[in-house]
Design a protein around this ligand. Structure first.
Ligand SMILES: CC1(C)CO[C@@H](CC(=O)O)CN1
Length: 429
């Protein structure tokens, strides 16, 4: 029997000059998921799930044009997949006018949690605020109640920093100072030193973090009396000196030694069989094996990246859509309707798909896939420490259940001596 098509739209940042170009890793993963979904006879039987995608270049202007093209070029799209935060906020604001749901597979901005602005937005990529309950959990574990914050002045870090301050206040943890910088961190780092900051949370992109840590070296903000919390998703050698960094490799190695990192966990760690019919680690091998076959899709011959950790989020996004549409078809059937009736006007169809997305729950390759009541991804975080120049896994944290899995591997300059969060006032006899 002839299969009926369900069309979804997709924007993937494949190349371009700014922002995150994770489309190179996420498009192949989404295609793998489409193949798996369409080969699964228990799901969407009688239907073929198809995607029409275009390159967003992580550019909001281009993405608006791409979105309109997807909307006004038949057949009607049932929903849209989006990547970069800046693209998702642009298209999700517009998409709601067309009763279109947007699923973000690569969007970390806390601003996207605003259900008033983005009532039809869901994401399999956790918000950057996912770091904060983990940070507070560790502050409590090491009995630090005096914290400093330094931020690169980018929207995602400003909003995440505000959320961290709220979480710290709720936990009776004092923010002794919060400083930010646009491009040159010199003054901000000097201010940390003046305030005798000891436990420092830094939010910045990798390049700015490199400059910031070199300044930290020059101000002596490292060693046995200081602990830095950095972001865990930088490229591997982010701290190696480059042009414009006036610190040597040894100085950079000294200043980053023993720092902590937090990041959202994007690959299931356990031996469980995931929705892909294999463990997440086996899926990753399969994914990397399949990457080369997608190379003809890259507009200017870029080669499919192996390094995008977000690929599982795109794979799972397609499965989340498939489960939600599968249940929606059954409910629409009872109403004598079908997905084919969707014409950007029928809000009742969108509401059904939205309520089914809200209920999605499965073990994806990125871990348990479920959305909270504002469409945000619930996920674990990974905690690492730089020990002798390489990152070691210290543990994992599940915010939802306040469950910290800890391996007791953390190391301090004076073994066994956790650094203090302030100068010890030793009472004079
Ligand atoms: C972890 C990271 C690198 C955060 O930025 C995301 C891109 C974005 O939020 O625009 C992709 N994933």
């Amino acid at each position: 029997s002839k299969l009926k098509y369900i069309e979804i739209g997709g924007l993937f940042p494949m190349n371009g000059t700014t922002g995150w170009l994770g489309g190179q890793g996420c498009l192949p993963a989404a295609m793998m998921a489409l193949e798996d979904v369409n080969n699964n006879e228990n799901l969407l039987s009688g239907y073929y799930l198809n995607i029409t995608w275009n390159n967003s270049q992580c550019d909001p202007g281009l993405s608006s044009a791409v979105l309109y093209d997807l909307i006004y070029t038949p057949p009607n799209k049932t929903l849209i997949l989006g990547g970069c935060s800046i693209v998702c906020s642009t298209i999700a604001e517009t998409a709601k006018m067309y009763n279109l749901i947007v699923i973000g597979y690569g969007s970390s901005s806390p601003a996207l949690s605003d259900r008033k602005r983005f009532p039809t937005f869901f994401r399999t990529h956790p918000s950057a605020t996912i770091h904060n309950p983990t940070r507070v959990k560790l502050f409590k574990k090491f009995k630090w109640t005096r914290i400093a914050i330094i931020i690169e002045a980018e929207e995602v870090f400003v909003t995440t920093g505000k959320d961290l301050e709220i979480k710290c206040k709720e936990a009776d943890i004092e923010i002794v100072t919060r400083v930010s910088f646009l491009d040159d961190p010199t003054e901000a780092v000097k201010s940390l030193a003046r305030q005798d900051a000891r436990i420092i949370v830094a939010m910045a992109y990798g390049g700015a973090a490199r400059k910031m840590m070199c300044e930290a070296y020059k101000n002596g903000l490292y060693g046995k009396q200081h602990v830095w919390f950095l972001i865990g998703w930088y490229e591997d050698n982010w701290f190696h000196p480059s042009t414009g960094i006036n610190c040597t490799m040894d100085e950079m190695m000294a200043v980053v030694e023993k720092h902590f990192t937090t990041e959202a966990l994007m690959l299931n760690q356990g031996p469980e069989i995931t929705i892909a019919g294999m463990t997440a680690k086996d899926w990753l091998h399969e994914y990397q094996k399949q990457l080369p076959k997608y190379k003809e899709w890259f507009p200017h011959g870029e080669k499919p990246q192996e390094g995008f950790q977000e690929a599982p989020l795109a794979y799972d996004a397609i499965w989340a859509v498939a489960f939600a549409l599968n249940r929606s078809i059954a409910r629409l059937d009872e109403l004598g309707m079908s997905l084919d009736d969707f014409d950007y006007e029928k809000k009742e169809i969108t509401d059904i798909i939205k309520s089914e997305l809200q209920r999605v729950q499965f073990l994806g390759v990125s871990g348990d896939v479920a959305f909270n009541d504002i469409g945000d991804r619930i996920s674990w975080t990974l905690i690492e420490q730089m020990i002798n120049g390489t990152y070691q896994t210290l543990g994992f944290y599940d915010t939802a259940t306040d469950n910290l899995t800890w391996y007791d591997r953390e190391q301090w300059y004076i073994s066994g001596r956790v650094p203090k969060d302030r100068t010890e006032i030793v009472p004079t006899l």
